[in-house]
Write a protein that binds this ligand. Structure first.
Ligand SMILES: Nc1ncnc2c1ncn2[C@@H]1O[C@H](COP(=O)(O)OP(=O)(O)OP(=O)(O)O)[C@@H](O)[C@H]1O
Ligand SMILES: Nc1ncnc2c1ncn2[C@@H]1O[C@H](COP(=O)(O)OP(=O)(O)OP(=O)(O)O)[C@@H](O)[C@H]1O
Ligand SMILES: [Mg+2]
Ligand SMILES: [Mg+2]
Lengths: 249, 249
């Protein structure tokens, strides 16, 4: 159960969920992906978005169960779309602290999968909280720029605070994304991460590659769109690192 | 009163607020900028972030007024930082519909400024709602990639819905940001915007320029960091387009 999380916007959460899930599925793993972003970008990236769609929103609102909203989008990949009412859930304030466990409870019967990935929205509100409490592991994409670092320290404080209070611990992996190899800034961000998080930064950095930005417009993953490009290579390598827990130094 | 808004993450809201505000200030305009993002990136980009800071959070919570939290960060620029409690406001659900007007009411006495810019977070929750209802104009940065377009249509639906219901209308400007001039995808996004929003796309596209990503790490605007680079040129030109209401075609 893996949450792909970072409250900083545009760091590659959706791009990573899309392509990491597909890489693992192509290696024979049974994968479920959950779109926890009311903006439904992951669902659209798979080419699966529909008007007035039912998805994880209905499950969290109690109107349906997981199997009732699952869509088999690719071989070995089931998608649970965001659904058109997910935005309401970020607003609803009834139910108090129990509401943070809705996804955790809904997923308790999701046993027959090798991996469940949850793509989180760029906020630290109720939807992200649900992903955090449902997850055993976390992948934190960090883009190679200063504001991403600025957001990271705040994110880790929030996570520590929640995990201490609720006695819920997750294993955390960092992934450097949107990495411009020739930029000094990208190298500096990369080095800072290695210094502050030894043993936690997955050993493949995802390079900036326009094909990764193009593939969602065709409703395709990078492997379907351009299997030989750098973006496909990097996500294949990242999947392998993730399977083996291989990190820098 | 201008909200810089887009619920898609990482499209350049903060970078645009920082540099557009400074360009206008350097031309002699009196500018106030408000950091409406609990992540406080704008405040940090000006080099003004402090531990346990009071800011717009205190004003919206009723503990202080605007003048009590204003920081003169540059000549002609007053900053109202996010403040360390702003995240709580996205969560609080007391007060119902009235809560959307808190910022509007707080700003009613902010008369002696030429421009007030509000940097919004990547969500369409209560903080963005407050910015929308306080604003007379809106700048919507759109990065040159597909998921930014995907987010734009949803944003415009939300805005229409809110504005129809609350009889509140704003003038909307679009700005193409993170524009990779040699990428086909960027050109396609640009052309789509011109087709769907004639007369609304400001006539300067902000090109991808690493200096724009580097300047916040020094707490500097692009003009202080590297006044002769493309990023500085583009934001100078954008400020001029904005002053004159100059759009493509
Ligand atoms: N390595 C890359 N190379 C090129 N473009 C990329 C790369 N990674 C992501 N992108 C593009 O950058 C934009 C932001 O990425 P993405 O939407 O995956 O980030 P996110 O963290 O999910 O954003 P949000 O916070 O809005 O959910 C998208 O248009 C995406 O296609
Ligand atoms: N034109 C550009 N060229 C290079 N880098 C840029 C450009 N515009 C923005 N960036 C960088 O891209 C990242 C995202 O930009 P920014 O934080 O301004 O977007 P945002 O919409 O405010 O994000 P969020 O949704 O998290 O508030 C930042 O690290 C910023 O420095
Ligand atoms: Mg996303
Ligand atoms: Mg921002």
């Amino acid at each position: 159960m893996i949450a792909v999380m970072n409250q900083k916007g545009g760091v590659g959460k959706t791009t990573t969920t899309l392509n990491l899930a597909h890489a693992l599925a192509m290696s024979g793993n049974a994968v479920t992906v959950i779109d926890m972003d009311p903006q439904s970008h992951l669902t659209a990236s798979f080419g699966a978005e529909l008007q007035d769609q039912e998805g994880i929103d209905s499950v969290l609102l109690g109107d349906n169960n997981l199997d009732g909203v699952k869509i088999p989008v690719r071989e070995n990949i089931d998608l649970i779309p965001a659904g058109s009412r997910l935005g309401e859930l970020e607003q609803i304030a009834v139910g108090g602290a129990k509401r943070g466990w809705l996804l955790h409870d809904a997923l308790e019967k999701e046993h027959d999968k090798d991996y469940v990935f949850i793509d989180c929205p760029p906020s630290s509100g109720m939807l992200t909280m649900n992903a955090l409490l449902a997850a055993k592991e976390m992948i934190i994409p960090v883009s190679g720029d200063y504001l991403a670092l600025h957001g990271l320290s705040r994110l880790l404080n929030i996570l520590k605070h929640v995990e201490d209070r609720l006695k819920h611990v997750t294993k955390k992996w960092l992934v450097v994304t949107r990495f411009h190899s020739r930029r000094k800034l990208a190298q500096e961000v990369h080095n800072k991460l290695l210094n502050y998080f030894p043993g936690q930064v997955l050993a493949t950095s995802i390079r900036e590659n326009v094909s990764l930005a193009e593939s969602p417009s065709y409703g395709k993953t990078i492997f379907e769109y351009k299997n030989s490009c750098n973006g496909a290579q990097d996500y294949r390598d990242l999947a392998d690192d993730f399977l083996k827990g291989r990190t820098f130094k």
